[in-house]
Design a protein around this ligand. Sequence first.
Ligand SMILES: C[S@@+](CC[C@H](N)C(=O)[O-])C[C@H]1O[C@@H](n2cnc3c(N)ncnc32)[C@H](O)[C@@H]1O
Length: 306
Amino acid sequence: MTLFRKTRRESIKNFSVLPENLPPGMISEAEWLWFSEWAATGYAGKGEIVDLGCWLGRTTTALASGLAQNRRVKTKASRIYAYDMFRWEHGSERFVAGNGAAVRFEPGESCLGEFLNNIDSHNDLIEVCAGDLCKTGWNGKPIEFLLIDAMKSWRTANAVFNNFFPFLMPGRSMIAQQDFGHYFTSWIHLLQFRWKDFFEPLYNVPESGTMVYRYIREIPRELYGKEFSFSDFSDEEADEAFSYSMKAACISNHDAVRASHIMYYIHTGKPEKAMKLLGRYSIEGADMSHPEILDAVAGISKRKGN
Ligand SMILES: C[S@@+](CC[C@H](N)C(=O)[O-])C[C@H]1O[C@@H](n2cnc3c(N)ncnc32)[C@H](O)[C@@H]1O
């Protein structure tokens, strides 16, 4: 099996093939292939597959097309739980070029119908969970694979921790942090570092932001119920957290992890530290040209009257 080989995507192409009608979405083709391959050959059927933040179904179709080909798992109906608000957000249009060019909604409008169209050929494998995942929660079945693409805030991060993690199976389950390689979501690095006794970084899918972790040790029950925030982390722990992520990241994600480290200092209101780090990483040759980082830094300089 080639799922975790540190090679390029050609190695996983032979089993999973990109469909011609790939739904529009925010994951790369390499991620689509990896998720599909995992569902086809890695999934043992001991627990459910949960897709948190499925949007128009790109992640869901990857998992479903793999599950459809899986020779080990006999009971396939409704094994994939697809969560989303299915509400169109301002600016989402930029992700629907190509296959989805005709997809257009007003901000706030439901895009559930579009998701249902996109999963149509596998809809028997998928349970749709529409609504705010912080409120809908989980049905209590064991979870074998938790694909997390909705940890966009501390609120959803805490909901994922408290509502879904208790159902992971130690030694078997995996989680995929799709925003590991996104500059904005610094809390993912802080939390995965805080949880390092319970998860081990397994594989950073090349050409993508996804980091896959194996759940190695059970999180003690008494740790649940906590609501994390930036105030739970010192700058020293945050710096260690980003070093920890850097060690696990593939080279193509190094700049995103560095950018997220800078964002940590921007989010926590420490512009001097953010600027200092930006300078250090720039000297080291990192590409810090994420528009949002540049905007944030420009805003800091303006406020300081520079
Ligand atoms: C980056 S998009 C997901 C992209 C998708 N996985 C794909 O393959 O293209 C993030 C999604 O998370 C969803 N989301 C964010 N917060 C949520 C919440 N509290 N409950 C349910 N879905 C949420 C958003 O509606 C959005 O569709």
